[in-house]
Structure formats: C-alpha cells, structure tokens
Design a protein around this ligand. Sequence first.
Ligand SMILES: C[S@@+](CC[C@H](N)C(=O)[O-])C[C@H]1O[C@@H](n2cnc3c(N)ncnc32)[C@H](O)[C@@H]1O
Length: 186
Amino acid sequence: MSGFDHFAVLAPLFARLSYSQTEVLREAASLPVQGRLLEVGGGTGRAAAAIHGLVDEVIVSDISLGMLQKASHPALLPVCNGSETLPFADDSFERVIMVDALHHVIDRDRSVREMYRVLKPGGVLVIEEPDIRTFGIKLVAIAEKVLLMRSHFLTPDQIVEMCSSFAGGEKQVKVVKRTAWIIIKK
Ligand SMILES: C[S@@+](CC[C@H](N)C(=O)[O-])C[C@H]1O[C@@H](n2cnc3c(N)ncnc32)[C@H](O)[C@@H]1O
C-alpha cells in the first residue's frame, strides 16, 4: 500500500480485541448459510473469526499485510488487496461483509460497487460502521483526523444512497447504540 500503514502498527492491538456484535452481525448477514463469505477490510479477522463456523469458507481481504499477518484464526483465508479492486470474479460469494472499515478506505464508492459485484444474486452485503451521528463517534472522527488517518465517515443514509445507484434490491439499516449495519440484498 502507498503511504504510512497505521494499521500495521495497530495490528497487535486488534489481534487482542474480540468482536462483541456477533449476534447482530449473524442476523444482519442471515447466517448460517452454505457457501463462501468474504470480509473486506477484515484486518486481523476479528469479526470473521466470530462467525466462521456459520459458513463453509471465510476469506479475509485487507490492504494491510501487517493486519493480515496477525490473523486471529487459522481457518480464515487471507488475501492482501485493496477494496477498490477485489481479485474475485463476479457473483463469487454468498455473503460479503465490511466491519468498521468503510470510513478508512480511500475510494468508498468504488469499494461498495466491488463488494456488490462479487456478491452472488440472492446474497447479502453487510456494511457495519460506527454511527457518525452520535457524539462519541464524532469524537473518534476528530481523534482519527489528528492521527492523520484520512478517515471519512458517512451516515447510514448516505451509505444507502451511495449503494442505490447500482444496487436495486432491498436495503435496510439497523442501529444498535453507536453502530449501524447497512444490509443490502442482491
Ligand atoms: C478499523 S480496522 C477494522 C478491521 C476489522 N474489520 C475489525 O473489525 O477488526 C480497518 C481496516 O480497514 C483496512 N483498510 C483500509 N483501507 C483499505 C482498503 N482500501 N482496502 C482494504 N482494506 C482497507 C485497514 O487496513 C484495517 O485493517
């Protein structure tokens, strides 16, 4: 990747964190399901590890090799790649998820199009993002700006709108405390 990889530095910390929203993610992604799940911007596989038993195969892609090298579960298949150009054929996955990563990617529009492209018809794309409408997440956004992390948060409605130009299927937003899940069916 070009530029400083903040996440390579943060990887040991992420490797120690467990994912606390398994039940909401399970429901949002309609798991269990037979087939393959792709987590984009999956980092150390914190979320993927929590749901890997609910699907046949889990692939974790991330732009940071440092994050992938700290992958938290041996069953996860790592792929080092940017979300803007996913190295998978159209209609490859039953489920695609992105957890806490959309605000970090540089080209968000291209990334969501790519995630939708590799999703099979009948599949579900779930984007989990901190809810920028809340005070606590506004503070996080300021802290990430100070750390020059180039984060750019969108509201759940803005994410839905961005997807509406290419995704014609059902879209839902679920909010629990300071986290939003955008659920898109293909
Ligand atoms: C806050 S971490 C979240 C990681 C993981 N999803 C989790 O919840 O633990 C954000 C991740 O997005 C990744 N990322 C940032 N820009 C990316 C891009 N363009 N393509 C793929 N991954 C990216 C970072 O390397 C990092 O691993």
